[in-house]
Ligand binder design. Structure first.
Ligand code: ADP
Ligand code: MG
Length: 710
């Protein structure tokens, strides 16, 4: 099969270049190669004149001649001939010119290589984003392409992903284009259409062979747009189809416990509520209720910002299980959170008479034995706990529901152990709750086989948290402000960045910060507690509780306090070196205050040097409190792969051309379409769907399910 042919057999490749293509681009076969698309196109008709470039232009492309090149050292002094001291050169500045004027290009990396390339007199196409340096506009690290083809013919020419290694190995942009032309000529006739005819028609997609030809060598902008749309649609459609299919297969295979009733306990609790549920809470409870009475197992993710009222939803969900004669468990990632849940939930359960217990690592043996007995004979309705809950030999009389709070802290096998807790291994309904807002498009993909409910409305009467950013000059004023707040009886968080828990530097900052706070807020007037990741669980617990109980005015910490901790009396969150945090993390931290009646503040301490990106994050934080908006922005700025909580887990499969941040509309449509197709043909048995089955058989769709994202 020509598509499986290794690229080393293509003319001009050979084993050495083939190894490079494999290691740098994951391209091994001719089939891989033609699926390696340009990431941008040079449009010869779209050249800028140097004289017309302004700093506000998003990007510019110039066709220019190298006039001179300077190499500069750390001190800014010129190095005329570095000889073998290339390490001392920190900057390369090239002056380039076209007919309209001159400008400078600056390189900090790949200097030696760029120096060899940009010899005076040579002509290149430079592409980059203008920036202002002093009173001049320059391009920093522009892309440099040879002026292949004839200029100003309007032909779009693809630019392929490249690395220094590839270029050094002789695989330049030009060579890639030549390879691609050969590969297409040879292999295109063998490429099978992946989508059934009816899908192409209904969605107005161009055929695969046309799309592949045009994506590499577009005849014009329209053809390129059609090819791009088709390939993005195909990619996202198969991604979603594979995820949604897992869900269908499971819901057909896994019968769930039918829970047709609402029941008395639910009504007792509901009628005693001191407030009206928000519209979002009501909607979510309806969605959950429909799952639970469907006869299929519920697997639902409940997303809602900190303070949106997830706990209430969890309680009512548990009570549906109880009302149908089953038990429920609620699992939290830490002991502190389990205790907090226990306190809150017990309060809500008062009017119902349902028995609720707490089980954690520190529950004494005797109490433990009683709990085990109560779970087995069914006298305990709801149990709240940490991992300990599932690690033990706990057996239930009839576990009907498991609520998992902050799921990313829970491992796969831990969750699957829940199944064995029931006589007969009956699977309980699962509700996963998370306070980390994830953009919808990402959620659809990361948790593609979970149903998703979102509480996107805050309970009324919540006070806005005032967020401000200040620089070092205002530090003293900030300490004074902290004193004022403490004098009013409030408590203050001071958080230091600890991005890499192991870095000495970070601990140094934390310790210096702690000393400074101790100096500014001395005993006996003030009490300061500290929590960080190097402490033992007991130390952490001790210090955390001291603060939670009001015995300390200030808690100095790393981000370990991020998740869930509830100290309603804390009204100020100071975040040191705030520019070093990601948006989601800043948002999580800010969510620690504003939980009580007092007016609350989040103070972002900004370092002296802040990059443009970081500044954008800080500005956004000051502008909005909506976690979903922040998550969307975060994803746009950093790409989905870097989102917190998902960084290690990554996406289920690598996207070649589509982007979750930019192709949300296509993704949503593709997902709905996949659902629509599966509803009519859950196992894809219809002959017209045979191409779908064939495509899904490929190893790249053999993807992990939600349970592996942990
Ligand atoms: P989450 O778990 O989503 O962070 P909680 O369930 O802890 O939020 O709720 C935050 C606070 O809001 C709690 O004090 C809770 O009693 C209150 N609350 C929840 N729902 C409502 C509502 N519909 N109206 C008013 N207050 C509510
Ligand atoms: Mg909560």
């Amino acid at each position: 099969m020509v598509l499986d042919k290794e690229v080393k057999y293509l003319p001009g490749v050979g084993p050495r270049r083939a190894a490079l293509l494999a290691s740098e681009l994951e391209v091994r076969t001719v089939g891989d190669l033609i699926r390696c698309y340009p990431f941008r196109y040079i449009d010869r008709s779209q050249l800028n004149h140097i004289a017309e470039i302004t700093p506000t232009m998003a990007s510019v492309q110039i066709y220019a001649r190298v006039v001179s090149v300077r190499l500069l050292g750390k001190d800014g002094k010129a190095i005329d001939d570095p000889g073998n001291r290339w390490g001392a050169v920190t900057r390369l500045v090239a002056k380039v010119a076209d007919d309209s004027g001159e400008m400078e290009l600056v390189f900090f990396k790949g200097i030696k290589w760029m120096h060899a390339k940009l010899t005076p007199g040579t002509v290149w196409i430079f592409f980059g984003k203008p920036s202002v340096f002093g009173d001049r506009i320059n391009l920093v690290h522009p892309e440099v392409d040879p002026p292949t083809g004839s200029v100003n013919t309007g032909i779009l020419s693809g630019v392929y992903p490249s690395t220094e290694k590839l270029k050094n190995g002789g695989i330049t942009g030009k060579v890639m284009q030549k390879l691609m032309a050969e590969a297409l000529d040879e292999a295109l006739p063998a490429v099978q259409e992946t989508l059934p005819e009816y899908i192409l028609k209904e969605k107005g997609l161009v055929p695969i062979q046309y799309a592949l030809r045009q994506i590499h060598f577009p005849q014009d902008q329209t053809a390129l747009s059609k090819a791009t749309f088709r390939l993005k649609y195909e990619e996202l459609f198969f991604l979603e189809l594979s995820l949604v299919k897992q869900k269908f297969v499971r819901s057909h295979a896994e019968n769930g416990i039918p829970m047709p009733r609402i029941g008395q306990p639910f009504n007792d609790c509901f009628n005693a509520l001191p407030y009206e549920l928000t519209g979002a809470q009501k909607r979510v409870i309806r969605e959950i209720r429909d799952d639970m009475r469907s006869g299929r197992q519920m697997n639902r993710l409940l997303q809602g910002d900190v303070g949106s009222g997830k706990t209430m939803v969890a309680v009512l969900t548990c009570l549906i299980a109880i009302g149908n004669g089953y038990q429920a468990c609620v699992m939290a990632p830490t002991e502190v959170l389990a205790q907090q849940h226990f306190a809150n939930i017990s309060r809500y359960l008062k009017p119902t008479g349902v028995k609720v217990v707490l089980l954690t690592g520190s529950t004494p043996a005797k109490a433990r034995r009683e709990i085990h007995a109560g779970l087995e004979d069914g006298s305990i309705g709801i149990i709240i706990g940490t991992h300990a809950l599932i690690e033990e030999t706990v057996q239930f009389k009839a576990l009907g529901l498991a609520v998992i709070d902050e799921q990313h802290r829970f491992g796969v096998d831990q969750r699957s152990r829940l199944w064995s807790k029931n006589p007969g291994g009956m699977p309980p309904h699962i509700l996963v709750m998370t306070a980390t807002p994830i953009p919808r498009t990402l959620a659809m993909t990361l948790y593609g086989d979970l149903d998703i409910s979102i509480i996107d409305e805050m309970p009324p009467g919540r006070k806005k948290i005032q967020t401000l950013q200040i620089g070092e000059r205002k530090r003293i004023a900030m300490y004074n402000f902290m004193r004022e707040q403490i004098a009013k009886g409030r408590q203050v968080f001071v958080v230091y960045p600890l991005i890499f828990e192991s870095e000495k530097m970070d601990y140094h900052n934390l310790e210096l910060g702690y000393e400074e706070i101790m100096k500014q807020f001395p005993l006996p007037e003030y009490k300061v507690a500290m929590v960080h990741g190097k402490q033992t669980a007991e130390e952490k617990q001790f210090n955390m509780s001291a603060f939670a109980a009001g015995r300390a005015n200030i808690l100095v910490s790393t981000t370990v306090i991020e998740v869930g901790v509830d100290v309603p009396n804390a009204s100020v969150m100071v975040i040191e070196s705030a520019e070093r945090f990601g948006l989601s993390q800043l948002h999580q931290l800010r969510g620690r205050v504003g939980r009580g009646a007092a007016e609350s503040f989040c103070i972002l301490m900004r370092g002296d040097k802040v990059s443009r990106e970081s500044q954008k994050r800080l500005d956004l934080m000051c502008r909005t409190e909506d976690g979903f908006i922040l998550a969307e922005e975060d994803m746009k700025m950093r790409g989905p792969g870097d989102l917190e909580g998902t960084a290690q887990s990554g996406l289920p499969l690598k996207l070649n051309i589509a982007s979750l941040s930019h192709d949300g509309l296509i993704l949503t449509d593709a997902r709905n379409y996949a659902l629509h197709i599966l509803e009519a043909d859950p196992l894809l048995e219809a002959p017209v769907n045979a191409p779908l089955v064939a495509e899904l058989r490929k190893s790249r769709y053999n993807i992990r399910d939600y349970s592996k994202i942990s």
